[in-house]
Structures are given as C-alpha cells and as structure tokens.
Design a protein around this ligand. Structure first.
Ligand SMILES: [Zn+2]
Length: 75
C-alpha cells in the first residue's frame, strides 16, 4: 500500500514538471535557424575578411566595398 502511494506521488511530480515545461515552451516553438557558414574572402585593399557574397570584384580581386575597389584601381 505504501508503494502505491509513492508511485502516485511520483506520477504527480512527473505530471507537474511536464505541465510546467509545456507552459514554458508555449509560443516558443520556433527554433533559431543556424546560418550557413559562408565563404570569407579578404579585401585586397585593407585585408579585412568579409562574406564573398558582399564582395566587389574587379580583375579577379575582391574588395570589401566599392570605395576600396576605386582606391585600388585609381582611374
Ligand atoms: Zn577593404
């Protein structure tokens, strides 16, 4: 009889924890998406590394900005 009481108590605790957890997770179902690792390239002018998708390229060289491309290729 005592064992049954403990079993019921255990079930009650598990239920309490479960309901508390579900309440905490409510409305927070979205998991932050990990960003894809992007290729980093160095700027030919200042040497800073930046994502290749943001590169300004000329003559096979990459620059962090249009300004640095102009500084490197003065015209
Ligand atoms: Zn630069």
């Amino acid at each position: 009889m005592r064992l049954l009481a403990w079993l019921l108590l255990g079930l009650l605790v598990v239920w309490a924890i479960r309901s508390k957890k579900s309440a905490m997770h409510e409305g927070k179902t979205e998991v932050p998406r990990l960003e894809e690792p992007e290729l980093m390239v160095p700027c030919m002018h200042c040497g800073v590394h930046f994502p290749a998708s943001e590169a300004v390229s000329q003559a096979g060289m990459s620059f962090c900005s249009e300004e640095h491309r102009r500084l490197h290729f003065p015209s």
